[in-house]
Ligand binder design. Structure first.
Ligand code: AMP
Ligand code: FE
Ligand code: FE
Ligand code: ZN
Length: 284
């Protein structure tokens, strides 16, 4: 079984529609794919219909932006109740704040570059979660940079003079919210240090205590020592490990199925209490 547990669509900062994501995953021979857009489940219905049509298994999920002492970290959640009020309240607060923060970053850039909010909003699918990648896409469309990566390297990196933060909830609280919404929480790319400062092991231990299921170990942005540390910490804390591509379509070089999760871990995940079932063969 080939399972890729982390992928983005136009519902956030990916470049494929949910249908395209599912069709590509099936065409590449994956048995299971998860849709995990940033802070939204708005791609779920289209992805479900496509998965049923092409016969691939689908985990409906989300990637929740969290913050602890100014350290940004990402929590994946699978198969949770999408209309759970306490969780929805945090997600909509984060999305609202992402909107004003994207306007703020655009204003800061506009002091030095010919970019307007209109250029940025033209890159965002209606209803999608806005992020720095959309600002990057606007810079590409304006011919200021060649690709997203260059936009991040020059203008959008965390700590850049053009950077602004957005509201994000506390990770330990979100692990509890996800479990209360009968979802399965997994910490995404815990030691991807190129993105900025990473969570201390002690915080991850608290997240484990709060109900974390797994750590994402095999990820394109983890080097060998970061993978090894993730695996050792997971063993210490009694957590599973997952692997996933974090595919963003044309937005990143990550390839679908580049990193995968062991079938035994998929089985363990599906044995956890959940609000919704997997689509496809694995859901039955
Ligand atoms: P934000 O959620 O607005 O803080 O933006 C972070 C997102 O930007 C991450 O989810 C990544 O998908 C994307 N990202 C970060 N660095 C890069 C990069 N160098 N090239 C392309 N995308 C990136
Ligand atoms: Fe992203
Ligand atoms: Fe992430
Ligand atoms: Zn992601």
């Amino acid at each position: 079984m080939i399972a890729d547990l982390h992928a983005h669509t136009l519902a956030s900062d990916g470049t494929d529609t949910p249908t395209q994501l599912i069709e590509k995953a099936a065409a590449q021979g994956l048995d299971l794919i998860a849709i995990t857009d940033h802070d939204t489940t708005s791609g779920w219905d289209e992805a479900s219909a496509a998965a049923q049509r092409v016969g691939i298994s689908l985990l409906r999920g989300i990637e929740i932006s969290c913050k602890w002492q100014e350290i940004s970290l990402h929590l994946l959640a699978y198969l949770h109740e999408r209309s759970d009020e306490p969780l929805l309240a945090e997600l909509s607060a984060a999305r609202d704040s992402r909107d004003s923060r994207a306007r703020r970053i655009t204003e800061l850039l506009a002091a030095d570059l010919p970019i307007t909010w209109k250029d940025v909003s033209a890159q965002v699918e209606p209803g999608a979660t806005v992020g720095r990648p959309h600002i990057a896409d606007a810079l590409v469309a304006l011919g200021i940079v060649k690709q997203r990566d260059e936009a991040f390297a020059k203008y959008l990196y965390t700590g850049s003079p053009y950077y602004a933060a957005h509201y994000a909830p506390d990770p330990v609280a979100v692990v509890k919210l996800v479990r209360a919404a009968r979802g399965v929480p997994v910490m995404a790319h815990p030691f991807a240090a190129a993105r900025g400062p990473v969570a201390p092991d002690q915080l991850i231990a608290e997240m484990a205590q709060a109900g974390l299921f797994a750590l994402e170990a095999d990820h394109p942005e983890h080097d060998d020592s970061q993978r090894a540390h993730t695996i050792a910490l997971a063993a210490d804390l009694g957590l599973h490990v997952t692997g996933s591509s974090d595919y963003h379509g044309r937005g990143k070089t990550n390839r679908l199925g580049q990193c995968t999760t062991a079938p035994t871990v998929v089985e363990a995940l599906l044995s956890e209490p959940t609000a919704v079932t997997a689509i496809g063969a694995l859901g039955r």
